[in-house]
Design a protein around this ligand. Structure first.
Ligand SMILES: CC(C)(COP(=O)(O)OP(=O)(O)OC[C@H]1O[C@@H](n2cnc3c(N)ncnc32)[C@H](O)[C@@H]1OP(=O)(O)O)[C@@H](O)C(=O)NCCC(=O)NCCS
Length: 148
């Protein structure tokens, strides 16, 4: 894992996953109430946190849902620590894990208005998948479909 002294990246504990979910809520991403439990059940090892002198400052998740698919999320650096290289260091660690596991693809979603993140992803060589649209059913829609 990356050591950008004194920045260290480690696997998250369950409590730290809760912290990352709270950061996601603070970003206005509206995480589900049981997201942490579901993610942990799917892949307890799929969460990385960056620490600065023991203080958690950055998070990313790569939850594996099978042999060949992992969903990347919770990519957040605490606002006061942005722009110092910690976010990029997390993605470099992910790329190393992907390469070493023989994984041929990394994909994630970004909100259309998040231009700083989009420009950053383009600069690091990622390409937008413009022809794809994400569809989502939430509680009510699932219940309606299930009982139809
Ligand atoms: C996206 C994010 C995780 C990046 O973490 P970070 O530690 O700030 O990023 P780094 O310091 O490693 O810099 C990464 C890139 O972003 C650029 N960047 C950093 N701060 C920036 C800012 N305020 N505006 C525009 N670009 C910025 C850097 O130039 C760098 O690009 P480069 O490597 O091509 O020069 C962080 O900004 C963040 O938490 N944003 C809010 C949550 C979010 O949007 N997450 C992504 C959802 S898809």
């Amino acid at each position: 894992m990356t050591r950008l002294h004194p920045y260290v990246v480690k696997a998250m504990t369950a409590a730290e996953v809760g912290t990352a979910i709270n950061w996601a809520a603070a970003e206005g991403w509206n995480p589900g109430l049981h997201d942490a439990d579901c993610f942990l059940a799917a892949d307890a090892g799929g969460f990385l946190m960056g620490f600065l002198d023991e203080e958690p400052v950055a998070s990313i998740s790569v939850v594996r849902y099978g042999r060949s698919f992992a969903f990347l999320g919770l990519y957040i650096v605490k606002p006061e620590h942005r722009g110092k290289g910690y976010g990029r260091a997390l993605l470099v660690d992910l790329a190393k894990i992907a390469r070493d596991r023989g994984c041929g693809r990394m994909e994630w979603a970004v909100l259309d208005w998040n231009d700083p993140a989009i420009q950053f992803y383009r600069r690091m060589g990622a390409k937008p998948m413009d022809e794809w649209t994400v569809f989502r059913l939430t509680d009510d829609g699932i219940a309606t479909l299930a009982s139809s």
